[in-house]
Design a protein. Structure first.
Length: 199
């Protein structure tokens, strides 16, 4: 039991130690401008566990009024890069900031559209990916709670929390309502509950 409490403490501490910088507000403003106002879409990407976090962030944004899609960085090199359109915005996630497929994706995307902007979430603000970003949000690079110190655990926790912050702050900026939420949730408990609240 004590070991579990210690894991919880370390994970909670990592969340509380996420650096709170102007980058959060800048990222939200850019999402609102490009997607909500200019009618582009948010395209998230990451490799491995970071990719799963990126996919989760995309689906959460979709349900809260910000059209989003996950782009697999490897598939992007085989034609899926074509998903990118004018006014789109990239949200890229890499703990190391050196993930080859993600770094290459930024280069390919810029070649396709030099005006394309990108937000990066990384544990390494001095990395190539961070330097290529328009806005960089640092995770604080917490130590993994994994016994080997290798498996993405704490790092994915803070990435998820950062994604939640971006979603919630964007909802506030766009004044997203329960009525709009109910239009996007037709099934399950959330669909039923949101329709009840919107009446």
């Amino acid at each position: 039991m004590e070991s579990i409490k210690e894991l919880l403490r370390r994970e909670a501490e990592a969340v509380l130690n996420i650096p709170v910088t102007p980058a959060f507000g800048q990222a939200v403003d850019l999402i609102v401008e490009q997607v909500h106002q200019r009618r582009g879409k948010l395209v998230t990407s990451g490799m491995g566990k970071a990719g799963q976090i990126a996919m989760n962030i995309a689906t959460t944004f979709c349900s809260t009024g910000i059209p989003s899609v996950f782009l697999h960085p490897s598939e992007a090199q085989h034609g899926d890069l074509g998903i990118l359109q004018e006014n789109d915005l990239l949200l890229l996630i890499s703990n190391s900031g050196k993930t080859r497929e993600i770094v290459e994706l930024t280069e390919l995307a810029r070649r396709l559209n030099p005006e394309l902007k990108n937000i990066v979430i990384t544990g390494n603000p001095d990395s190539p990916l961070a330097h290529a970003a328009d806005i960089c949000i640092a995770t604080g690079h917490p130590d993994e709670v994994c016994a080997l110190g290798m498996t993405p655990t704490t790092s994915t926790t803070v990435m998820t929390v950062i994604g939640d912050i971006l979603v919630v702050e964007t909802m506030k900026k766009t004044r997203f309502t329960i009525e709009e939420y109910s239009k996007r949730h037709h099934g399950g408990y959330l669909g039923e509950r949101s329709r009840e609240l919107s009446r």
